[in-house]
Design a protein around this ligand. Structure first.
Ligand code: QAP
Ligand code: CO
Length: 168
């Protein structure tokens, strides 16, 4: 296990599309454990593989650091989102966009089909913050960041804020 470096905006590697995992073996398990260690050490509630420079369709979530949520580890491999509905707003942040928090519109409920670390197929119906986290992390697998989901004006302002932070 190791804590991995996290890529940060505006790194172009965060913009690539990740590929499906084919092999469910020790290399994958080690990597998942390192992702977990990295997320915990950084005090995150979600982390996607491309954020630690691996273009694999994997993300992990543990909402336990959010007030009112019990610790629970989720690992999603080769996830596919479908269905869902409703609307929810949440002030999102991202370990790859440190220091920025913005309100984002998401679906309130979502279904995710995925594989676990052994390659077994699974399905989860999520709602609320877990649904938000799944949508946020799944976006990373397609090179999308939460700032891309803001209105044009808010995106412009967020872009300026980030530029200022980076040149400090
Ligand atoms: C994604 O985000 C997420 O700016 C996970 O200075 C966000 O863990 C899922 C973090 C909202 C659901 C709702 C951000 C830590 C962590 C920062 C995170 C920072 C330190 C963000
Ligand atoms: Co993120």
């Amino acid at each position: 296990m190791a804590k991995l470096p996290i890529l940060e905006y505006p790194d172009a590697r965060l913009r690539e599309v990740s590929v499906n995992v084919q092999t469910f073996g020790p290399e994958l398990h080690q990597f998942l454990d390192s992702m977990d260690e990295t997320m915990r050490a950084s005090e995150g509630i979600g982390l996607a593989a491309p954020q630690v420079d691996r273009r694999w369709r994997i993300f992990i979530i543990d909402l336990g650091l959010q007030p009112g949520y019990p610790p629970q580890k989720y690992e999603f491999i080769n996830p596919r989102l479908s269905g869902g509905g409703g609307k929810i707003q949440f002030e999102e942040g991202c370990l790859s966009v440190p220091g920025l928090g913005e309100w984002v519109n998401r679906k309130k409920t979502i279904t995710v089909d995925y594989q676990d670390r052994h390659g077994n197929a699974a399905r989860l119906n999520a709602e609320g913050l877990l649904a938000v986290a799944i949508q946020h992390e799944n976006d990373h697998l397609d090179g999308i960041l939460f700032i891309d989901r803001l209105s044009r004006l808010k995106r412009l302002l967020a872009g300026r804020k980030l530029k200022k932070q980076i040149t400090l």
